[in-house]
Design a protein around this ligand. Structure first.
Ligand SMILES: [Zn+2]
Ligand SMILES: [Zn+2]
Length: 122
């Protein structure tokens, strides 16, 4: 696990290694199924309510805390943030870029296109 900044959550989240993700994913899937079986709609609002009340996410939350040391507090629809879905670190500030193809850092304003355009001219 590595703490990464999620642009959609707008906060630091637990970035999961593949092995960690594989432990949590089945719990995540069964929580969703249980959530649906209770008659909840699958949208961000009802999930946030259910996270706190229905108990179907308790096992997932407990394991997430156990594995990462961080509470699972989803602020975006990506409950489980996989490290592999993030891009490489920003060359300037080190924040992980949004995707592997990202050309801009929303943390420090680094712009890959501009940066390479003004790259050392001999
Ligand atoms: Zn997020
Ligand atoms: Zn940056």
């Amino acid at each position: 696990m590595k703490v990464v900044y999620c642009y959609r959550c707008k906060k630091d989240v637990a970035g999961l290694e593949e092995s960690e993700f594989q432990v949590l994913e089945p719990l995540y899937n069964s929580a969703w199924n249980a959530h649906r079986d209770l008659g909840y709609a699958v949208d961000a609002v009802s999930i946030r309510v259910a996270m706190r009340s229905s108990g179907v996410f308790d096992e997932l939350k407990a394991q997430h805390l156990n594995i990462t040391g961080l509470e699972l507090e989803p602020s975006c629809m990506v409950f489980l943030h996989k490290l592999s879905s993030f891009g490489p670190p920003c060359p300037r500030c080190g924040t992980l870029l949004r995707t592997s193809k990202a050309q801009m850092c929303f943390s420090c304003g680094w712009n890959g296109k501009t940066a390479s355009a003004v790259a050392p001219a001999n």
